[in-house]
Design a binder for this molecule. Structure first.
Ligand code: NDP
Length: 420
């Protein structure tokens, strides 16, 4: 296939085009600092940009961050796992992915348990993370910026051999850098898939550690386990490990299949996830509240409801695609694939998003109605999911044409039955 045929120029711009992506790149990092400063106003942070940009001055932050990122990357490559095939790319190539979330998570938990023993529960690493949280937030978005730039520049080397993202090949530097020019950047002889790694390891596991650092901090200060903090940490850890352990599911998601890897994903994975998804635990660490059994039961019930819808619907689609649920109703498509319109997938087109949103709300409720700030997460997540649904609808309409229209006729609601 000719290069221009394989990698056509991007004509349709998203996120407000060049202006929109420039504004987002400049404002989103600042936004993460503002929301965190509002959540924990006592946090001290130097706002001198030179301090962060000069690694000789800020090496005590850069060093641990780089050790975290690179050691997880090395483990990602060397830890045992099994290989699975991804979807077929436009050039006919099928990439292999190493699935080793279980061994990586077990190792992390083992290291934490060992450190707990060796330091008599002091865990200075977690204390460091707690004390330097805001500064590490800055380091993470600078790193996301450098990573996106490196990946963008290397997409021009041996260009003819690379598959570019259909949405990130406009020719405009800022836009392509933001959206992601190369579809599946890989390094170290193709062994390290940068996009899958960033989606599931450094940000997700850092989020887990940030929550732990909050529980640990309050425990050291008060000598007590706070129930709201333990609850949010337990619920989010469940979600994090479910995501990391079911990593195969990610291989068919739009992040891996259609999106390039640029600042949008590197910032989302490395900064937004750990440094804004942990807001409830951060707020509770400075304002520990006692929820009691009744509120805990209500919150857990909402989390269970959300997780059941989220998990079972995703599982049903996945099993159906693997040919396991052939008794269910479906629409055959001209492309030869099938659109499920039964079970969860007859309730709405993205019932899994609704389950996920209920989960987000249960997390916000751990701070009860004591602050509106922590509810930022559910608001942000609603926008993310609606935007995702719109993008997915466009994609499916283009891909399936009148078969998708028939599906929309049979399953009219997009996310919330009878509402939207
Ligand atoms: P979906 O799981 O809804 O997948 C959409 C794709 O599935 C479509 O593009 C189409 O792909 C296929 N599809 C859609 N409807 C049907 C059907 N009826 N029958 C068969 N195939 C169908 O969305 P996502 O991949 O966006 O999300 C997956 C999960 O990840 C969700 O639960 C979401 O909530 C969660 N998520 C969480 C985020 C977070 O930050 N916590 C961020 C993003 C997502 P095709 O036909 O081409 O295979």
């Amino acid at each position: 296939m000719a290069y221009t045929e394989l990698n056509p120029k991007t004509k349709k711009f998203e996120f407000g085009g060049v202006v929109g992506t420039t504004i987002l790149s400049l404002t989103l990092p600042i936004f993460t600092l503002i929301i965190n400063q509002l959540i924990t106003p006592n946090d001290k942070i130097t706002y001198d940009p030179v301090y962060y940009l000069n690694p000789f001055q800020s090496y005590s932050l850069w060093l641990p961050y780089l050790v975290w990122f690179t050691s997880l990357a090395i483990l990602d490559i060397i830890m045992p796992g099994h290989w699975v095939k991804g979807t077929t790319l436009r050039n006919g190539q099928v990439l292999n992915y190493k699935i080793n979330g279980i061994s990586n998570c077990l190792l992390l938990i083992l290291v934490l348990a060992l450190r707990w023993q060796l330091t008599d529960g002091q865990l200075p690493e977690l204390q460091f993370l707690y004390d330097h949280y805001m500064e590490l937030n800055v380091i993470s978005f600078l790193f996301a910026f450098y990573l996106a730039t490196w990946v963008y520049l290397r997409s021009f080397i041996n260009e003819s051999k690379r598959v570019l993202a259909l949405g990130g090949n406009s020719g405009n530097v800022v836009y392509d850098w933001f959206i992601g020019r190369e579809l599946n950047p890989r390094s170290i002889c193709g062994l390290w898939d940068i996009k899958l790694y960033c989606e599931l390891r450094p940000g997700m596991l850092l989020w887990f550690l940030i929550n732990l650092s909050c529980v640990h901090h309050v425990y050291l200060e008060t000598d007590q386990w706070n129930d709201s903090l333990c609850l949010i940490t337990a619920m989010q850890s469940w979600y994090i490990f479910d995501g990391v352990l079911n990593e195969e599911g990610l291989l068919s998601m739009m992040d891996i299949v259609t999106d390039g890897f640029g600042f949008m994903l590197s910032f989302g994975d490395l900064t937004m996830v750990p440094f804004t998804y942990a807001l409830q635990a951060r707020w509770l660490s400075e304002n520990p509240i006692t929820l009691g059994y009744t509120k805990i039961s209500m919150i857990l019930a909402l989390m269970c409801l959300g997780f059941t819808v989220f998990h079972l619907s995703n599982q049903q689609k996945s099993h159906f695609k693997q040919g396991k649920l052939n008794h269910m109703k479906f629409i055959p498509t001209e492309r030869g694939t099938r659109l499920l319109c039964d079970g969860w997938w007859s309730v709405s087109q993205h019932i899994n998003y609704l389950g996920d949103w209920f989960i987000s709300l249960s997390w916000c409720l751990t701070t009860w109605f004591n602050t509106p700030l922590t509810y930022y997460y559910s608001a942000y997540f609603a926008i993310l999911l609606i935007h995702r649904q719109i993008r997915d609808e466009e994609k499916c309409h283009k891909k399936y044409g009148k078969d998708w229209e028939e599906y929309q006729r049979r399953v009219p609601y997009k996310i919330i039955p009878y509402v939207y």
